[in-house]
Design a protein around this ligand. Structure first.
Ligand code: ADP
Ligand code: MG
Length: 348
């Protein structure tokens, strides 16, 4: 996990702010025709014939990430994923990002290069242009703020507020793995602090750790739905856990819902690790967060189009506003869903 290899260290002050920006952004090749001008002027210039969506996220060292087990390249990659995931959740396509960083002089140039290697890898894979940003110093730690810009035809955009009674609730992929990956990494960090020679034992948790360190935004699901000619009625990405996200959809759509516990998609590694850690896998899926899957609702008439697709699972349906948002358990009990985000869970 943590390699102690000899690394060269070039101090950031050797380059200066402009030297650093030039060093980091000098190689960019623009991919999208809506990018008229990227890095290098006072503003980037964009042109779209469609509607434009904008989203931003701020990541703070010690709050959102821990560099003792998150490699900087992964951090850069994930910071982009977190942002473009929100663009896909609008049923839009991500086209540009800006990246702003504040760095303390504790970081050598080589560390920032690693961060940008992850950012560029994400841009390459998802067809996104890095078109600008800002660079400044911080007295302590690293801050990264990314803004993502996307495009969609007006009639293709999907809001949280469009779910209708009797619509089916669908989720992509599987849930809970990213949270468990974090638990595994935290445990290994503690072992390492007690015994720095301990080798991390991660073989049984590869999927979980990958989901935590290298999440993928579900651009493929947006493309899949388009090819199936299914337009969701409402959509959101799962950053804070299924429970909190379905409550957002229901609140904004003014509906209730029913989710079936036995339908929630779980990877076998999530099930076995929950047993080992003595955790309830349903609770983890509902409240774990950081899965970056898409949660959406579709009209029942579209069910045949998605039926049997291994990437998509129907987990429940939208109910009338007079009913609660509820989970039907395996024992056929109804439990009211509550929004328990990341913090509530980690305080347990
Ligand atoms: P200004 O003084 O107008 O804010 P800067 O010197 O900060 O300009 O930035 C010069 C150019 O480099 C701009 O195009 C800006 O968007 C881009 N830029 C600055 N910092 C970064 C960064 N960390 N990542 C990507 N592009 C950056
Ligand atoms: Mg600037």
């Amino acid at each position: 996990m943590l390699e102690n290899k000899e690394q060269s260290r070039t101090s950031l002050s050797e380059l200066g702010e402009f030297g650093l920006i030039e060093h980091l952004t000098g190689q960019i090749k623009i991919k999208n025709k809506s990018t008229v001008k990227g890095v290098g002027d006072d503003c980037a210039v964009l042109q779209s014939k469609d509607q434009v969506v904008v989203t931003t996220d701020l990541l703070v060292e010690g709050v959102h990430f821990d560099l003792s087990y998150v490699p900087l390249k992964h951090l850069g990659y994930k910071a982009v994923m977190v942002n473009i995931s929100d663009v896909y959740a609008m049923n839009a396509m991500a086209k540009q990002i800006t990246v702003s960083i504040a760095v303390s002089n504790r970081f050598p140039l080589e560390a920032i290069e690693e961060l940008y290697a992850g950012i560029y890898l994400a841009c390459e894979k998802y067809g996104v242009d890095l078109v600008g940003g800002d660079t400044t110093s911080s007295t302590k730690g690293l801050l990264i703020s990314i803004t993502a810009i996307g495009e969609a035809k007006k009639e293709d955009l999907v809001y949280r507020s469009g779910a209708n009674v009797n619509d089916l609730i669908v989720v992509s992929g599987d849930l809970g793995a990213a949270y468990l990956g974090l638990q595994v990494l935290e445990r290994e960090k503690q072992v390492f602090q007690v015994n720095p020679n301990a080798q991390p034992e991660l073989e049984n948790y590869t999927y979980l750790v990958e989901r935590q360190l290298k999440p993928e935004a579900r651009k493929d699901i947006v493309e899949l739905l388009k090819s199936l000619e299914v337009k969701p009625t409402a959509m959101i990405d799962i950053s804070d856990g299924l429970s909190s996200e379905i409550l957002h959809i229901c609140k904004q759509s003014k509906t209730g819902c029913v989710i079936y516990e036995d339908k929630i998609p779980l990877d076998p590694q999530v099930i076995s690790t929950c047993e080992e850690f003595n955790l309830d896998s349903t609770t983890i899926a509902l409240s774990g967060g950081e899965d970056y899957e898409l949660l959406f609702t579709i009209s029942q008439k579209d069910f045949d189009k998605i039926k049997g697709n291994p990437n998509l699972t129907v987990i429940g349906y939208i109910a009338d506003e007079s009913q609660d948002c509820a989970l039907t358990t395996r024992a056929n009990e109804k439990i009211k869903l509550i929004a328990r985000g990341w913090n509530a869970l980690s305080e347990e």
